[in-house]
Design a protein around this ligand. Structure first.
Ligand SMILES: C[S@@+](CC[C@H](N)C(=O)[O-])C[C@H]1O[C@@H](n2cnc3c(N)ncnc32)[C@H](O)[C@@H]1O
Length: 241
């Protein structure tokens, strides 16, 4: 099935049951360690892009909260972190994971394309592997730019649907799904969820069109293995002459 044929619905495909399976399933524990390693690398990249020492950092689609937890460990204590997610089960799960840093990290349930933050009030907006769920991409990008302070940065990580790693992973998973009996026994739901997510990834061209539509030109895209990093800077307000 082509990615364009998969309806992009604004509905989380993670649920509480699935989250706890991800955390407790022995087989998946290895995969979890592997993904946590990537999350740590992403936290370091985000850290390098920050130019202030305090402010609000908002993650859209914060899921289990691992990235915010990692950032709250490495960033100066003057930052406050907000995780926004559509899924209640995910938020409960995230709260459980981050309880040791609970005074620094807050979670908000929101799945609409209207973010509960004032204009120009957020130092940085980040997102990891959530953009492929956003059916109203332009609306979400506009909202993110609205809440971001001038000069602030947005970093969005998602899948690079044009990379060889992506094609390889899609083909491996589709084969595993084909061997349903074996795959479904323990990893089936996980693989299927991941597979659908992969197929929903926006291409670089679709992203460029969306950014062009909302009159945003201050962005760059970088790819590494299967990851696409979209970095947008909100222009600073220039002083009147
Ligand atoms: C694949 S998970 C990624 C979670 C986390 N960022 C990570 O990398 O571990 C995608 C997350 O995006 C959330 N999500 C999907 N659409 C959303 C929306 N419109 N607004 C907020 N969160 C959304 C889902 O509920 C889910 O938790």
């Amino acid at each position: 099935m082509k990615s364009s044929q998969i309806p992009r619905i604004n509905k989380a495909i993670f649920d509480k049951d699935y989250c706890s399976r991800f955390d407790t399933n022995e087989g998946l524990a290895y995969f979890r360690k592997f993904s946590l390693w990537f999350i740590k690398q992403k936290a370091k990249e985000i850290y390098q892009q920050l130019n202030g020492t305090s402010g609000k950092i908002v993650e859209i689609g914060s899921g289990p909260g691992y990235l915010l937890l990692e950032l709250s460990k490495i960033l100066p204590s003057k930052y406050t972190f907000y995780g926004v997610d559509i899924d209640e089960g995910m938020l409960e799960f995230a709260q459980k994971h981050t309880r040791r840093n609970a005074e620094k990290i807050r979670f908000i349930r929101n799945g609409s394309y209207s973010l509960p933050f004032k204009d120009n009030s957020v130092s940085m907006v980040i997102s990891e592997n959530s953009m492929h769920h956003w059916d109203q991409l332009n609306e979400m990008l506009k909202e993110i730019l609205r809440i971001l302070t001038p000069g602030g940065t947005i970093i969005i990580f998602d899948f690079d649907s044009e990379s060889k790693w992506y094609a390889f992973t899609v083909s491996i998973i589709s084969h595993l799904l084909w061997m349903r009996k074996i795959a479904y026994k323990s990893f089936g739901k996980y693989f299927y969820t991941y597979y659908v997510s992969l197929l929903r990834a926006y291409s670089k061209k679709e992203l460029s069109v969306a950014l062009n539509d909302i009159a945003c030109s201050t962005y760059e895209m970088e790819t590494k293995r299967m990851t696409l990093k979209l970095r947008i800077t909100k222009p600073s307000i220039s002083a009147p002459n």
